[in-house]
Design a protein around this ligand. Structure first.
Ligand code: NAP
Length: 282
């Protein structure tokens, strides 16, 4: 069994990004990310703080707009419009979730396609499923980056994606399909989940339930990618995989923490750099 070390791989990715950002800066081109945070949700504030720090560490300028919980949808749309038109901004990210009075879909779809570094916009999603170059949501992109760095060949593998969210499950399935895996997407209505998983060469678990994937669901030698982040009552973070019992049966496995999590922010930086380059900052 080999552990897929997301922490080390993310650092390597960030180092490579920093070199490219510095070389753009030397030619007078600054890479910039605008982040919008609405309200006072502590988890969202922590994520935005981590994104700000990560940008700073690689030399990307981040501009965080912190808006009051009561901001109206039209005010938020107006800000996005300003950022869409701002030639100095390469990428735009709206931290989710948004307060209930704001329609997340309307906001997500308002971000200009060429600045959609989270890859949630319809143009990005359509391009991804059509096999065209596109922004890819950061978490599944991070999973693919990790698999590639460990030279894991996916062609012909039976892949199961557990979870069908727009942020993780669906784009993950699109990427595995593009890498020539045979993909099954499972969700809360799936029947015979155990048998489906037992037949999988690779399982990506993204459902948000601690220790959900147990050893009896996994075949010997499987590759297990744990996207889940769950906080236990004792404050400890754990994934969706019952790590201790499952790890013994696997060929490769990601730990939590230190697996997929660190890859996500690194891929946001990668997408922001790609946005800047695509906008002519070469
Ligand atoms: P989500 O939007 O809540 O989606 C959960 C998915 O899991 C849904 O598709 C749901 O099915 C499915 N599901 C729930 N219970 C199930 C069951 N018993 N059997 C099969 N499928 C089941 O979650 P998400 O945003 O994709 O996030 C999933 C997990 O990944 C969470 O723990 C989240 O914190 C974590 N996450 C981590 C990162 C990272 O950077 N590592 C990034 C994003 C998310 P239905 O569609 O039928 O309801």
């Amino acid at each position: 069994m080999q552990i897929l070390d997301g922490k080390a791989t993310a650092k390597q990715a960030r180092d490579e990004i920093a070199v490219e950002v510095a070389s753009l800066k030397n030619s007078g081109k600054e890479v910039s990310l605008a982040v919008i945070l609405v309200g006072n949700d502590p988890a969202s504030a922590t994520y935005v703080g981590a994104k700000e720090k990560a940008c700073e560490a690689v030399g990307i300028r981040s501009v965080v707009h912190r808006l009051n919980e009561n901001v109206s949808q039209s005010e938020l749309l107006a800000l996005i419009n300003v950022l869409n038109l701002d030639a100095g901004i390469d990428g735009i990210l709206v931290q989710l979730p948004l307060p209930k009075h704001i329609d997340e879909d309307v906001i997500t779809q308002a971000i200009a396609a060429e600045k959609d570094v989270d890859g949630f916009g319809a143009a990005s999603v359509g391009r991804l499923w059509s096999g065209l170059a596109s922004f890819v949501p950061c978490t599944p992109l991070g999973v693919m980056y990790l698999l590639e760095k460990y030279s894991i060949e996916l062609t012909g593998l039976n892949a199961v994606v557990l979870g069908r969210s727009n942020i993780v499950g669906k784009p993950m399935a699109a990427l595995l399909l593009a890498a020539n895996a045979t993909v099954t997407i499972a969700h809360s209505h799936t029947k015979n989940l155990k048998q489906i998983c037992q037949n999988a060469d690779i399982i990506v678990v993204a459902i948000g339930r601690a220790n959900f994937l147990s050893a009896d669901m996994v075949k010997d030698g499987a590759i297990i990618i744990d996207v889940g982040i769950n906080r236990l009552e004792n404050g400890k973070l754990t994934g969706d995989v019952a790590y201790d019992e499952v790890a013994k049966k696997t060929s490769y496995i990601t730990p939590v923490p230190g697996g997929v999590g660190p890859m996500t922010i690194a891929m946001l930086l990668k997408n922001t750099l790609a946005a800047a380059k695509a906008r002519g900052k070469r």
